[in-house]
Write a protein that binds this ligand. Sequence first.
Ligand code: ADP
Ligand code: MG
Length: 977
Amino acid sequence: MSKAVKMKPVRRLVPKKPSNNILKDPVGVYCRVRPLSQDDQECCIEVISETTIQLHPPDGIKVNRNGEFKETQYSFKKVFGINTTQLELFEDVAKPLVDDLLHCKNGLLFTYGVTGSGKTYTMTGSPGQGGLLPRCLNMIFNSIGPYQAKRFVFKTDDKNGMEIQTQVDALLERQKRENQSALIKTPKQRLDPDVADMINIEDTCKVEGIDEDSVFTIFVSYIEIYNNYIYDLLEETPFEPIKPKWNGCGTPMRSTEFIPPQSKILREDQNHNMYVAGCTEVEVKSTEEAFEVFWKGQKKRRIANTQLNRESSRSHSVFIIKLAQAPLDADGDNVLQEKEQICVSQLCLVDLAGSERTHRTKAEGNRLREAGNINQSLMTLRTCIEVLRENQMYGTNKMVPYRDSKVTHLFKNYFDGEGKVRMIVCVNPKADDYEETLLVMRFAEMTQEVEVARPVDRPICGLTPGRRHRNQAFKDELTRKLDERGGPINGDDGSMIDILLQSFPPLPSCELVDPSDEQTLPALIECLEKRQRAREMLIEAFHNQVVKTKSMIQNFEGTVSGKDNIIQEQRAKLSDKDRIILQHKSELDRLEKKTKTLEYKIDILQKTANIYEEDKRALQQELDTKDQKLHRQLSDNRRLEARLQGVASETKIKWEKECERRVAAKQLEMQNKLWVKDEKLKQLKAIVTENKNERPDQPEKPERPSRDKDKVLLRPVTPSPASLYNCEVPPSFSKPSTPSQQSSGLSVASCVSEWEQRVPQSNWQAGTTPTSRPLGPGSYGSQGRRRGLYQTGERGTCILPPSNVHVEDEILHRSAPPVRPRHRRSRSAGGERWVDHKPASNLELDTVLQPHIPNAIQISTPSEKALSKCDKYVLTHQELASDGEIETKLIKGEVFRTRGGGQAVQFTDIETLKQESPTGSSRKRRSSGNIPVQQEETTENEWTDVETRCSVAVEMRAGSNLGPGYQHHGLPKRRKP
Ligand code: ADP
Ligand code: MG
């Protein structure tokens, strides 16, 4: 079966951020995996690293809906595998708590797990395998051994406080208690060998840095919480040898019955710490004694459980080690009798009830209800942890329901106040426990996220350190000195004198028996003199010694005062440092606040900058589009300018030519006149000479051409750039010019109108298009010879020799559509089909009437395929007129199929669309079909010119392309900007 390994994300611990300058540490959660017992085979827990375990669901347990197994991992501060020794566990988990205890800080250590997971084994241990509790005791007494106070120097009051009494009071109390206990003395039992084995701890360890100028004492208490009731396990059973108890027959009987313990209540002391009111606190002086007390309580617990038919695994046991310490006085001899200087700390070792759910215990009735309550207390513990975590993580301020159960209420201060909290999660890897173990793991994970305020260091008492040592050294020295002198001094002056006297030589016998005794007195005198001398010497030595001692004392006082000064200085420095620290803290606070404000400002500025950035982008875009528009306008303007310049230069050239032409015409005319006059003169001369030689009545006709026959030069005077008809008018059509006309020259219009009058009327009626007109009059067609015709530009202006003025028929012939035999497309298919060729570059004209050809094929580039389907072609062409307006031309043509298989278009018609202002010049929108031929000569000229050019058929062979040159093939060529 496939196993989907799901790596459970290891939850990140909440960063320790000091709130209100209080440092916090997360609850230390450790995991201990016990070895599988012999009955169990399947193991569902695997230690995969020093901090992580993986849970494998046992066979037969479906974890998710797909029926697939899911493996989960849980991480802890440290994981202890099955081979972990009690010592290793102690070193890692409990040692720091003992260290804290001896430095006046509180600690709480509890084991959590299902029944049989090894909680009691971990906490208490088994024979030869002492658990955390005996090890803690051992370490404590190892550390405080030489500094322990005498019994009853410290005294607990019944309000969770600690009192101190003098050595004498303590001695008196000791004697009193000894007397009392002597009365009820039971023979002292020897310690159970198993128990002795438990506390026989080979690896002794010690707390370093213990305050040697203090005295310490340890009190222990042991309570049990069962069914949400607290019982004191160390309470002495009241001494009731006979309990009046009435049996069924009404006779009093001696009680051997078990007296059920009274439950205790929880109280809060003046420091808001919770304590069990009236709980026995036993002062213990050694590990053995302490463990003995514990074992007594343990026994009591066992008896109560059996007697009251309780399930032992469903009760919580709490062993409290309370340490009291007080500094020695300045002499380092006695305890300082100041209550405020007493420091009390405690370490609670809690073996919680099995965390399994009720149904697993198979309890019934009362037991079930009780079990429910016990469950309830663990449930409350879970809820409290949950709420605490939530409050700490999300800054909420929910009430933590500590009061809902005795266990949580008792340890409220650890979570609310300060201290170090550690939890050992005990797990049994057996398959049966899998589901319960999962719940335990979840609780443990959550607990890791709760933080507890770190305990602060105890203030220094202010007395000189090293007092104990100095006092000890003094005492040692005194003893030594006294030993040197021969034993201790009694303090009696007489005996002192005795000693001194003993050191003098003995007096000789001073008994005078003979008046003439000459020896006794002198010997006595001599002895006394000796003594006197010795005495004087002694006095002198004594004086010397006194002086020496005095100077020594002075020296010593000097050093002491020097030391005192140093101490004062150090104190001053310390307070300075404290002040500086405080200042720094406040500065830090201020800076933090400032940082926050600045961060907020930065945030706002960032947002504003973003808004501006967006605005900038939008404006930049607008600018770009405007720039582009401007560029377009500029280039349009440049194009227009160039066009206008072109037009201007063209007009200039044209007028120059016109002027030249007029000058030439005038010259010709003058030459003509001159010639006529010459002729006349010649004739007159001839007449004169004839009259001289012959008769005057037979005048000879001069050969001078008649005035009618004068060749008159007609010039197209219209300045229109679109003047079209390059014409030579035959002399017979020329109208006799008046002098004024001759002087100004004849316009093409007048020329044409004259010509039209002379053309037979029938011919005019037959000619439908101007292109067919020149073909009409055969008379001038025969005369029409091309003579000196130059097409000098696109406008078709011409220079003609002065003698011939007639319509240039050949040009007209050339501009007519080529007459070729073509195959006309059948129109029987229905209507005309158009190819609407609109180059993509065309602009919308915004005219009201838009050209619309129904049923047309729209193309943007010429396509032979489209042409093959249609018989009409229209090209929409746009250009800029000289007045700057856009002019749209619809150039129409017919489509022919050529012999080669290609398509040919013959342009036949042009429609011009143009828009103009009504206030401007009276230009009109024209359509070639609407304007009468004679209405406006220039219009016609232009029209004809365009038509002439368009009428050149565009022939497309199969496979040929219509290039851009072709697009304008039929259009009047204009200078493109
Ligand atoms: P709990 O107190 O959780 O109900 P116990 O501590 O009473 O469980 O343990 C049940 C049994 O398992 C005991 O016999 C104990 O000796 C044994 N045991 C528990 N943990 C271990 C361990 N780490 N190594 C060896 N034996 C253990
Ligand atoms: Mg147990």
